[in-house]
Design a protein around this ligand. Structure first.
Ligand code: ADP
Ligand code: MG
Length: 340
């Protein structure tokens, strides 16, 4: 490839790169109902759909073992996998977990990681159904594949949002991101100390959101109980801004999100103030929230409020784009995120 033209990946960004990878592939099998582009692939399994999703987590990119306990990392890996199954309105059933392990790791460390995996499998009723183990030169690599299923008439894609639909959001935003900032701050403060004493008191909530997140199986169950099938859904792994843009793009719609409706925990505000950072930036761009963003027709408003779920905006026609509305009525275009 010596004399060939070289294009930096940064010119495409994460989402542009994925589009470029997937475009030349067409489905050959009629059982491939949905390939690239949603939270999980959808495979026709007869009377139900099989859902399949895979995620890669790399040490130094997705986690830092200086402060991330291995049990929690095992738990979080499972949560990350099954969250994509939930985003299709599905039930997670199996996971497969692959590890790349360097010589820095002992058997006891791997045991600790799988203790967390076991706790999550128990909590979410999923089975470890295999994986792969290999040596790595640098650090820990975790590949997690999750499988699940859903009744054909209950599947939810990113693409079904309709104009005037309500945009609903579970939980609160930005806490995991502020937890990460706190962990990074204490890592710097403790660096080189023989007896490090990180200051975590009072910040349990944001730390738990970063280190021990939960997947919203409760929401998928509550939607079913209330007879609601959202028109579109996505899980929040990369932050609200990029996820709402995915929904809009796949649904060919726009959106209005109201700034003062964004659910932000008081602990997130407090940490942002202490760190001199903007809680709204954390809410929009902070990743790892593992909440669900979905749309429902206006007629479902009462049921949604009854479930204690926040409505943060509504879907508009495509032409208006995705916009953030400030309390004084200004509208700001929401921009795409993703790694470069
Ligand atoms: P999520 O954040 O929900 O895990 P991603 O943003 O990672 O989703 O991926 C978006 C879509 O692109 C998914 O449908 C995923 O399967 C697909 N995708 C991502 N990377 C690749 C790749 N290297 N090859 C094929 N498909 C990919
Ligand atoms: Mg997802």
């Amino acid at each position: 490839m010596k004399n060939e033209h070289r294009t930096e990946i940064a010119t495409l960004g994460e989402f542009g790169l994925i589009d470029r990878i997937c475009k030349p592939f067409v489905a050959r099998n009629p059982t491939t109902v949905e390939g690239c582009g949603d939270d999980a692939a959808v495979i026709d399994a007869g009377d139900r759909y099989l859902l399949l999703s895979t995620d890669l987590m790399l040490e130094g990119v997705d986690f830092d073992l200086t402060y991330f306990p291995l049990q929690h990392l095992g738990y979080k890996s499972v949560v990350r996998g099954i969250s994509d199954i939930l985003a299709m309105n599905g039930t997670p059933r199996q996971i497969m977990l692959s590890l790349g392990i360097s010589s820095r790791f002992s058997v006891e460390m791997i045991d600790a990681f799988y203790e967390g995996v076991r706790a999550a499998c128990e909590r979410y009723g999923t089975d470890l159904a295999g994986g792969d183990t290999n040596a790595s030169i640098n650090g820990l690599a975790i590949g997690i594949t999750a499988a699940g299923d859903v009744a054909k008439d209950r599947i939810v894609y990113r693409s079904g949002a309709q104009t005037t639909d309500l945009i609903c959001l579970t939980g609160d935003l930005g806490a995991a991101y502020m937890g990460l900032h706190l962990l990074e701050r204490e890592k710097r403060a403790c660096d080189g100390h023989p007896d490090p004493q990180p200051q975590f008191a009072g910040h349990e909530y944001i730390l738990q959101r970063q280190l021990r997140p939960e997947a919203r199986t409760d929401i998928v169950a509550a939607l079913a109980e209330n007879g609601i099938v959202p028109t579109s859904m996505i899980d929040l792994s990369d932050g609200l801004a990029s996820e709402i843009l995915h929904l809009c793009k796949r649904s060919d719609k726009g959106a209005r999100i109201y700034l003062n409706r964004l659910p932000i925990a008081k602990e997130t505000y407090a940490m942002a103030e202490e760190l001199n950072s903007d809680p709204v930036v954390a809410a929009l761009n902070g990743g790892d929230d593992h909440e669900l963003l979905f749309t429902v027709p206006l007629s479902k408003q009462d049921e949604i409020f009854g479930m204690g779920i926040d409505v943060i905006g509504h879907i508009t026609d495509a032409g208006t784009g995705a916009r953030l509305v400030t309390p004084d009525g200004q509208e700001i275009a929401i921009r795409a995120q993703g790694w470069k």
